[in-house]
Design a protein around this ligand. Structure first.
Ligand code: GDP
Ligand code: IMO
Ligand code: MG
Length: 429
């Protein structure tokens, strides 16, 4: 493994990144979130105690790590303060170990109003955390950045202009009045800013000078990436490796010193709308949801469930230039008599072995499955390949050989210690 490590989601989010980043953070000095915002929900279970992190890097649960909220994130200050204080309330010293980028954009209450309004037509099924509108304002050059809050007049003017714009959009386009109290929003924002002010720095230059080992924690997943995912049913940031450089402000060559791994469940889930070729809308999908506890960590929504989609996963391998894959939740498949894996798609007699861009085509594709005999044995908490049934090994070997990259780690339960490393030659491919 190289000095630094990037952990990404290989699917549509919720792959178990939080659990993996947490356990790996023991070996790292700093952990960086660099895209997305409080739409993320990263779950960690330590000694039976559950933590769900939305804005702070998951690695912060280890007392030695420094947590960075980098410039590519969109930050809801109120939630950031709340999350930090909640962790402090649970006995963790967090305030003096986090740094927040002065260049990060803020998620403001008016972004959340727009998020709800945009969902009325052409629903994406967003988390309603104001993420899309905050990035819209950023790229439309109307955004409010953390550093702007140092100059109160400037910050006030940006909020005033933004509120006027959002209110007139509500009135003229949606024929609704949404009163947004400028004074109250301004005061609240300033109040929250005071609490984080001494943690705000230029995180890019801090990282460039930092000599320690850094773990980069992706949020969402490659298939939700605004460029490489199932557009428009995506999030509004580059959730694949493509977002690393712009999201951190670090030059692309910095990442030549990083290994790139992505996390995938042993099956597939997705929350919200959008194409999902291997979705199971029947009793099998229901079983996966119940066995896997597939309910959103941020919104509590039931996740859509289906079989593993290898062409989609291969897309993630290619786009991210992956060095390795981490498979989670193998244990969820323990009671399935038959397990299927999508190896290609089909439409009008034509076979597709890649994940196409066109939504119209994606909606018509039918998965071509390879079937595996289930192992019908408990794999939860397994600590080595030798503890896995041969049917489970067959399943993993097929995945590895299809993807052409090694499975480097297997997660066998939600607890921090429920995992093991895989030696490359131990799993034939
Ligand atoms: P993230 O967004 O990628 O961090 O994933 P989430 O936290 O949203 O969802 C993953 C869920 O799976 C969480 O409830 C984890 O505690 C749980 N989990 C992670 N790894 C495993 C595993 O190997 N087996 C089981 N059964 N649960 C796991
Ligand atoms: P983590 O980091 C799963 C999905 C939403 C919706 C789409 C756009 O926990 O894996 P947004 O609020 O971002 O504008 O919603 O993206 N989505 C996620 N799905 N896991 C996530 O994060 C997600 N973050 C956003 O459900 O379909
Ligand atoms: Mg999640």
């Amino acid at each position: 493994m190289k000095k630094h490590l990037v952990i990404l989601g290989a699917q549509w989010g919720d792959e178990g990144k939080g659990k993996i980043v947490d356990l790996l953070s023991a070996e790292f000095d700093a952990v960086v979130r660099y895209q997305g915002g409080s739409n993320a929900g990263h779950t960690v279970v330590v000694k039976g105690e559950k933590f769900v992190l939305h804005l702070l890097p998951t690695g912060i649960l280890h007392p030695h790590t420094i947590g960075i909220v980098a410039q590519g994130m969109v930050v809801d200050l109120e939630l950031l303060v709340k999350e930090t204080e909640e962790l402090e309330g649970r006995g963790l010293k967090v305030w003096d170990r986090i740094f927040i980028s002065d260049r990060a954009h803020l998620v403001m209450p008016y972004h959340k109003v727009l998020d709800s309004l945009f969902e009325r037509k052409g629903k994406i099924g967003t988390t309603l955390r104001g993420i899309g509108p905050s990035y819209m304002f950023k790229y439309g050059r109307k955004g409010l950045r953390v550093c702007d809050l140092e100059d109160k007049d400037r910050a006030y003017q940006i909020m005033k202009d933004n509120i006027e714009f959002v209110q007139s959009l509500c009135e003229k386009v949606y024929c609704e009045n949404h009163f947004l109290d400028l004074e109250e929003i301004f005061e609240k924002t300033v109040e929250n800013y005071k609490k984080i002010r001494d943690r705000v720095i230029d995180t890019t230059h801090w990282l460039l000078k930092f000599d320690g080992k850094v773990l980069f924690e992706g949020a969402q997943g490659t298939m939700l990436d605004v460029d490489m995912g199932t557009y428009p049913y995506v999030t509004s940031s580059n959730a694949s490796a493509l977002g690393l450089s712009s999201g951190t402000g670090l030059p692309p060559k910095y990442f030549s010193e990083a290994s790139f791994w992505a996390v995938s469940k042993a099956y597939t889930t997705r929350v919200g709308e959008g194409p999902f070729p291997t979705e199971l809308k029947d009793e099998l999908g229901e079983r996966l949801r119940e066995k896997g506890g597939e309910y959103g960590a941020t919104t509590g929504r039931p996740r859509r469930c289906g079989w593993l989609d290898l062409p989609a996963l291969k897309h993630a391998v290619d786009v991210n230039g992956l060095d390795g894959i981490i498979i989670t939740k193998l244990d969820v498949l323990d009671s399935f008599e038959e397990i299927k894996v999508c190896v290609a798609y089909e439409y009008e007699g034509k076979s597709f072995d890649y994940f196409p861009a066109s939504l119209s085509l994606l909606e018509k594709l039918k998965p071509v499955y390879k079937s595996f005999k289930g192992w019908l044995r408990n794999t939860k908490g397994a600590k080595s390949l030798s503890q896995l049934p041969k049917e489970a090994l067959n399943y993993l070997e097929f995945i590895q050989s299809y993807l052409g990259v090694p499975i480097v780690m297997l997660s066998t339960g939600p607890q921090r210690e429920e995992f093991f490393w895989l030696e490359e030659p131990a799993l034939k491919s």
